[in-house]
Unconditional design. Structure first.
Lengths: 396, 218
């Protein structure tokens, strides 16, 4: 770099400055305008988009698909082209070369011209690099499979509601719908075992949350309780177990007060005279709490699954178990504890409360509507919007 | 008032600061030249919201997740502060990157601004480092597994790779140690480096003036 070049540059720059503007207020004004725009954008994003809630870290859940922050995606995508033995070309050589090149750019770029028309190679090269980063990012987004939806609970009430669901599916078979225990019926290997209740103060006062958590995660194999944690062959993630423990604590510990929100969320809406219940509002909650524990895949249930409207209506070896308008349907007779060809009394250990059996009956008589809207259409009362009064029944 | 100003000016040199920093002539430039100040603004936003977040955040695997749930649901406007910090991170990476592209396309890195470019590139990588370390702190599934994979990658580098991985993690696996050192990097080491480099960067900009738009004969 010779002195002439430097001098010409400084002369030119001095001329530019003369024709220029004052840093304050001209430049500062533009800067502040842009910064203010960014601030408004950020507040808008925080309010209207927010931050997606995620389940807590769970090292035992290896099924989780790792997703780096989006601006690193292009790097991950690039690595796919360097499998096995040559992986280090993608992880070390290329990024390393790019970093060094970017650093030393002013020292190896000997082109003195500044206008783009005289820097076609540099401009082209950089544009190509940026373009490939964009393309790789798009490819990464397009090829990453969507994450499986996980039940998430952030507030205490949501935790308790989620815990209730977990309890209904994982624990009811042995411990009963309300933790009352009793003789186990229909569970392989534990048939006839009599369990002490777990819903009273002896347990709740002496077991800390950590103890409850550990019992659920590790099980108590010597007593016949299997481990439920993902890491030990069960189905529950850490978030699920935490929710379950919160549910037990706030429902059964008489020192803890169940938040009103949680009561409302788990309540089954009361029926007005003439109102027809629907699957989505009433039956889904009932079946989830009292039936799904056994009536899901890989359980002894004559292949009658009850996890969705479709399944309840059509599945099972003795299908149809429900016939619209027929109170002699298998399911209704079994709820009334009859021993019939399709099976014995349901639920096996403890009769369903009469008001719940009535909901089932009125649903069958009403033609078994799926959605609340369909149910309202066949109801004979003037049903105002969704019924919100929590049922006097069931404080779980 | 007048007296107070004279007293302060005599000791602080306010007039000199005004003359040198604010009341200087600069070439006419376009809107792309606001990206630098936008980067600085975003850094300040991130610093302020970050400082607020440390009031409630607990950097331990047992409490990190719950402390963030509390910030989101229990602390007044905690969701807003975290929302801004979350989106500010994304935006800062974008704006700093575009600032680098602007500098490149307008040839601003050439004589006499080589050192400004050098510190700028360092700042770009420190910003990415902030993104990488900050991503782990919520200690949720996304954070945990992204960092597991992210720290595995340098492990493929021949010879020193495994050493880098175990240095980043503070052991063979992600643990409380990893979270502690990412937290330390995120709130002390990297911001300290950024503040230092921004100072040098700004000094150079004031000393050399902002570059002019290249003309056809440049």
């Amino acid at each position: 770099m010779n002195e002439d070049y430097k001098q010409t540059y400084h002369e030119k720059y001095a001329r530019e400055k003369q024709h220029g503007v004052k840093f304050f207020p001209d430049i500062i004004f533009k800067d502040m305008l842009v910064s203010f725009g960014i601030f408004v954008l950020l507040v808008g994003l925080a309010i209207f988009v927010g931050v997606a809630n995620e389940p807590p870290a769970d090292p035992s859940d290896s099924a989780y698909i790792p997703r780096p922050e989006w601006y690193f995606l292009f790097l991950f995508e690039m690595l796919k082209y360097f499998p096995g033995q040559i992986e280090w070309i993608g992880t070390a050589i290329i990024p390393g070369a790019a970093v060094v090149a970017l650093f030393l750019l002013p020292f190896f770029d000997k082109n003195r011209s500044r206008h783009w028309s005289k820097r076609k190679f540099a401009i082209g090269f950089m544009s190509l690099a940026v373009l490939s980063m964009v393309v790789l990012t798009i490819m990464a987004v397009a090829t990453t499979p969507p994450q499986e939806e996980v039940a998430l609970a952030s507030t205490l009430s949501e935790q308790i509601t989620l815990g209730q669901d977990v309890y209904s599916v994982q624990c009811v078979e042995c411990h009963g719908a309300e933790g009352e225990g009793g003789e186990i019926i229909g569970v392989e290997g534990l048939e006839g075992v009599v369990l002490d209740p777990i819903n009273h103060s002896d347990i709740m006062y002496t077991y800390t949350d950590d103890t409850l958590y550990n019992i659920v995660e590790y099980g108590q194999p010597a007593l016949g309780m299997p481990p439920l944690g993902l890491a030990y062959g069960g189905e529950l993630s850490r978030g699920d177990i935490t929710a379950l423990v919160n549910f037990m604590r706030y429902t059964w510990d008489d020192r803890a007060e169940l938040p009103a929100e949680a009561v409302a969320a788990s309540a089954i809406p009361e029926l007005k005279p003439g109102e027809v219940p629907s699957y989505e509002v009433h039956i889904a909650t009932l079946s989830k709490r009292y039936c799904v524990s056994c009536h899901r895949p890989n359980k002894e249930n004559n292949n009658y699954l009850m996890q969705s409207y479709e399944e309840i209506m059509t599945s099972g070896d003795n299908a149809p178990n429900l016939i619209a308008g027929d109170l002699g349907s298998n399911l209704i007779r079994m709820l009334h504890r009859e021993e019939i060809e399709a099976g014995g009394p349901m639920p096996p250990t403890k009769e369903l409360k009469p008001e719940y059996i009535e909901i089932w009956e009125r649903w069958v008589m009403g033609g078994m509507p799926n959605t609340a809207a369909e149910a309202a259409a066949v109801s004979t009362t003037t049903t105002e919007s969704a019924p919100t009064a929590p049922a006097a029944s069931q404080t779980p | 008032m007048e007296k107070l100003y004279t007293w302060l000016d005599e000791r602080l040199g306010l007039k000199t600061i005004y003359d040198v920093v604010l009341d200087r002539k600069v070439p006419k430039v376009n809107w792309f030249y606001t990206l630098g100040s936008a980067s600085l603004f975003l850094f300040v936003i991130q610093a302020v919201t970050g400082i607020f977040l440390t009031v409630y955040y607990v950097p331990s695997p047992d409490h990190a997740y719950d402390s963030i749930q509390f910030i989101m649901n229990g602390v007044a406007f905690g969701w807003l502060i975290r929302g801004i910090h979350h989106w500010g991170a994304t935006l800062m990476v974008l704006v700093v990157f575009f600032h680098m592209l602007r500098t490149f396309y307008f040839a601003s890195y050439k004589y006499p601004r080589e050192l400004t470019w050098l510190t700028g590139v360092l700042l770009l990588f420190l910003t990415l480092g902030m993104g990488f370390t900050g991503y782990l702190l919520p200690w949720n599934q996304r954070a945990y597994w992204a960092t597991t994979v992210g720290t595995e990658i340098p492990g493929t580098v021949p010879i020193i790779g495994p050493w880098i991985t175990s240095f980043l993690r503070g052991g063979p696996d992600l643990s409380a140690v990893t979270l502690a050192r990412f937290f330390s990097l995120h709130i002390w080491w990297l911001p300290a480096g950024i503040v230092l480099l921004i100072s040098v960067h700004m000094y150079l900009i004031i000393r050399l003036g902002i570059s002019s738009l290249p003309k056809k004969d440049d």
